[in-house]
Design a protein around this ligand. Sequence first.
Ligand code: ADP
Length: 283
Amino acid sequence: MAGSCSGNCSSCSQKCGDEEKKLQATLGKIKKKIVVMSGKGGVGKSTVAVNLASALALAGFKVGLLDVDIHGPSVPQMLNLQNTGVMMDGDLILPQEIGSLKVVSLGFMIDDPDGAIIWRGPMKIGVIKQFLSEVAWGELDYLVIDSPPGTGDEPLTVCQLLNDAEAVIVTTPQQVAANDVAKSLNFCKQINMKVLGLVENMSGFVCPHCNEVVEIFPGNAGEELAEKFGVELLAKIPLDPAVAHGGDAGTPFIQRFAKTVPGRIFNDMVEKLFGVSDGLSTF
Ligand code: ADP
């Protein structure tokens, strides 16, 4: 067919070469990339990504937070950032900044927050590629990526383009989550991605009256998956209204509710993983 191309012609090779150069120029200035993943939606993946990035920024690191959860970008709400449209510096997307935390989210670009994003696969992949290669992060100590959920094309594109990223995987305690999160762990194994560990979120509820832990969800997915896949269970974070309030109000709970049980557990995890103490300041 006239005009068709198998992708091997010189103009396609040139385009691929240019894309690769852009990707390297952007990612080459980032010391460590951490992808927060989950096989299941609604388990607290964005909460973990936002609080991890915030904890590192509050500890004094230069941190980027990239929200590529293209169907449910929650990061703007969780950090009280407004939809400003796409701000550009030349051909690079400019992140919004909160202290030493730089943030890019597809949510900045959506006019109607209630509108569904209906994109076909190639378009989604194109946006993910652009978000990974065309952002003016500058030099970063850490880039935390809130990945799309599942183990399909979208997270695969993220992980393949990042190449040397490490994963933090989020589950909840019950078996239905474990089944899906096992797929994420197998996914990491297949693409040779290092797993820093698992976070079991919504792990019981501490009664504010008697301090007794009530198991809301049955199961022990964090421990079972950690043992089965030989990865570390980094933290078990209980359900706590402070976490949800922090998310809705746009203030990370590790900052606003640092003294709550989830706040302390989360900060201990960050200290264990990255050797930073929770001498937290504010943004
Ligand atoms: P995901 O990114 O996996 O879809 P989110 O991080 O958006 O999940 O979390 C879903 C909802 O649950 C949010 O409203 C969030 O504030 C809330 N949430 C997450 N973890 C907890 C927790 N430990 N306690 C209370 N609410 C939580």
